[in-house]
Design a protein around this ligand. Structure first.
Ligand code: FAD
Length: 294
C-alpha cells in the first residue's frame, strides 16, 4: 500500500521507527522489538538505513522492512541515503525493494562522515527522491524536515526553500526531526504552508526515559529543551523510575496536544524499546480513534 493513501484517508496517522542493530550478531533485538509491537494500532513502521554508520545497518534494512510487511501485515517505510552509496548501489537497492514488495521509501541525504571522503551518489535528498521516481514511478517517496532548521542550512527560510525542492521532486509526505516543544512545530508548519508546501507533515517524537538518552539525543539532533521539560529532567535525572514515568508522561502530553492541534501524523522514535512504545500507544490510542472515526 502506498503510505500517501493513509494520509489521504486519515486525519492523523500514527507511525513508528525501528533501527537495525550495529552488529550482525545482535540483529535479534529488532526482531524482538517487532514481535513486541504486534497487535498495536500502528499505521506504518519505518526502518532506518545505516543511521549508526555501520554496513550491517544498511544490509538489514530491506530485510526488516519485508518482515514488517509479510509477518506483521503493517506497511513498512524503508529509509535510504545517498551518503556512502553509488548510483549503482542505489539502483540495486531499489531492485531489491521492488522484488520483496516494499513500495515506500524515505529518501535521505544521510549524515556526512566526520572524517574523510565517501561515496555520494547525490548531493541532496531531493536528487535521490527524483532519481527513485525516475527509476520506478510506482515507489512512493517520503522525506525528512527540520522544525529547528537543518544544521547545514544558513537559516530556516533557506532550509524551507530547499524543502520545497524536495517536495517538487516528488516527495508526498514528510517526517520531522524530533522536537520537545510543540510550539516550534506549529510555527514551522505555518511557515512551510506559507512557502507553498502542502504535503502532510508527521511530528517526530522521542520519549526520553533514561539519563543516558538526554545528552546523546540533544547533542545529536540539536533539539531545544523547553523549561517545563528541563525542570523534569533535572528533578528526576538521578531517579531512574521517576525519570521513566515522567518522560513517558511528557511524551503522552506532547502527543495529546499534537492530535488536538490537527497534526497530520505522529511518528514515534521507539529506539527499539517495546515497553515504552506499547505504553505510549496504549495511552494515546483513543485520541487517534476519536479524530479518525469519521
Ligand atoms: P537534505 O534534504 O539533502 O538536506 C540537507 C541539507 O542540504 C539541508 O541543510 C538543506 O537545507 C540542504 N538542501 C537540501 N536540498 C537542497 C538542494 N536541492 N539544494 C541546496 N541545498 C539543499 N540518517 C541516516 O543515516 N539514516 C536514516 O535512516 C535516517 N533517518 C532519518 C529520518 C528522519 C525522519 C530524519 C529527520 C532524519 C534521518 N536521518 C537519517 C538523518 C539525516 O540523514 C540527516 O539529518 C542528514 O544530515 C540530512 O538528511 P536530509 O535527507 O534531510 O538531507
Amino acid at each position: 500500500m502506498n503510505i500517501k493513501h493513509l494520509y489521504d484517508n486519515k486525519k492523523t496517522v500514527y507511525s513508528m521507527e525501528v533501527f537495525p542493530p550495529k552488529k550482525a550478531d545482535s540483529v535479534e533485538t529488532v526482531y524482538n522489538t517487532l514481535y513486541g509491537l504486534r497487535g498495536l494500532p500502528i499505521d506504518f513502521i519505518s526502518v532506518t538505513y545505516g543511521a549508526g554508520g555501520s554496513q550491517v545497518q544498511k544490509d538489514k534494512t530491506a530485510e526488516i522492512a519485508s518482515l514488517i510487511k509479510k509477518e506483521y501485515g503493517i506497511e513498512p517505510l524503508s529509509h535510504l541515503t545517498c551518503v556512502g552509496s553509488t548510483k549503482e548501489d542505489i539502483k540495486a537497492t531499489l531492485e531489491k525493494l521492488k522484488e520483496i514488495g516494499v513500495q515506500n521509501i524515505l529518501a535521505l541525504r544521510g549524515d556526512m562522515p566526520a572524517e574523510g571522503e565517501c561515496e555520494m551518489a547525490f548531493p541532496h535528498a531531493s536528487d535521490l527522491a527524483a532519481f527513485i521516481r525516475e527509476c520506478d514511478p510506482s515507489f512512493n517517496v517520503a522525506g525528512a524536515c527540520y522544525p529547528e532548521c537543518h544544521v547545514d542550512a544558513a537559516n530556516l527560510d533557506e532550509d524551507i526553500e530547499n524543502l520545497k525542492k524536495k517536495v517538487d521532486a516528488g516527495v508526498t509526505h514528510l517526517t520531522t526531526q524530533l522536537f520537545f516543544d510543540n510550539e516550534i512545530f506549529y510555527s514551522f508548519r505555518e511557515k512551510v504552508e506559507k512557502a507553498g508546501i502542502t504535503v502532510p507533515i508527521a511530528a517526530g517524537i522521542m520519549p526520553i526515559v533514561k539519563k543516558t538518552q538526554i545528552e546523546r539525543t540533544v547533542s545529536m539532533c540539536g533539539a531545544s529543551i523547553p523549561t517545563r521539560f528541563a525542570r523534569i529532567i533535572s528533578k528526576y535525572a538521578d531517579a531512574p523510575e521517576a525519570l521513566f514515568q515522567a518522560g513517558l508522561s511528557y511524551t503522552i502530553d506532547q502527543i495529546t496536544d499534537l492530535v488536538a492541534n490537527d497534526a497530520r501524523g505522529v511518528h514515534l522514535y521507539t529506539m527499539n524499546n517495546v515497553e515504552v512504545a506499547r505504553k505510549v500507544t496504549e495511552a494515546t490510542e483513543s485520541l487517534f480513534k476519536s479524530v479518525n472515526k469519521a
